[in-house]
Design a protein around this ligand. Sequence first.
Ligand code: PLP
Length: 391
Amino acid sequence: MEKTVIQPPRPGDWVWRVDWEGIVGEHGTPLYIYDLNTVKERARRVLLEFTYRPRRVLYSLKANPHPQVLGELLVMGLGAETVSLGEVKRALEVGFPPERISYTACCVSGEELLEVARLGVSINADSVGQARLLHGAGVETLGLRINPGVGSGHHRYTVTGGPGSKFGLLPQEALRLARDLGGGFASRVRRLHFHVGSGVWDPGVYLEALRKILPLLDVYVEVEEIDVGGGMAYDYLAGLREFDYSGLALGIGGVLEEAGLGGLRVTIEPGRYIVAPAGVLLARVTEVKRREDSLIVGVDTGMNHLIRPVLYGAMHRVVFPLHRGRLEWEERGLLVGNVCESGDILAHGVPLPPNLGVGDIVLILDTGAYGASMASSYNIRPPPREVVIRA
Ligand SMILES: Cc1ncc(COP(=O)(O)O)c(C=O)c1O
């Protein structure tokens, strides 16, 4: 894991507007807190900057399926991108109409697939088997998830396109399917989908993948929509750099125009981009151990509640909100959790206040995406509660 590079939140950031002591007093720790105003501001940015038309923006539930987060995005007009029957049911419960929900799942059972179809949700088949099953069951329209042979991501585990990936149909498999099942099948395919990975900065990667799948439109002539997936990156180190949505929109427009496909609808599926900076994992210091060469700070949470650092080597900024304005401290420590695993490290090189002690409040920033949604109860410690605010 690399050393954490700390760039404290900007003075106007929502984390400085919260009465953390009050929240801890009311709810205790560990706790995930989500700021709905930040969720809204991030989603608005996507809607404004992704200027391609016609378009759909589907929020990827797996990043954070909290009902109030979903409710906020529903009223803003976003749709829902789901990967399991559980997520489909959550989206329906919150009020997303089935036609605004998309489902793309790998290696799931036929029963699950048919249940999702029965609920009226549109499915992107992830394999030859799924496509055959849906066709055989008489599902009238569907999409195909294609592995475009191009992948990208912040860690090799988040690269989902390219050789060796378990996801999607290869273009040649999609062509063979059309040949084997004939026009009755091909005319049911209304959407081509790909998702290159998660944590992608370069819009060019999406364009490269798009170019790779366009030849399929010679066979799948009824396709009305291209879904280029999610994965738009977030700047965990400083919260300053932004993904270039307008560049992506212009690029897609250019590629489609060039191919004579200007009227196609384009869908994007951001998750992390919208919710990562809207969440904080709030914890309290439980131990301070001084070792010869390091200072180890233990907290009442761990890899069971936030697995990104150990799973992906991900970095999260850490601040001690009650010591605000004192970020020049020289001493740095290792932030560890309370799980019985040596790998239970939440952050390296965390700047520490000089008089840090047991009970001090710690904020692990930018944990609104893939924080609670990936949490487990390992060691029989329940996942943190989640509280929503408007900062
Ligand atoms: C098919 C699909 N769409 C969208 C996403 C959302 O990715 P992100 O949260 O990085 O935007 C994922 C994430 O794994 C995905 O698998």
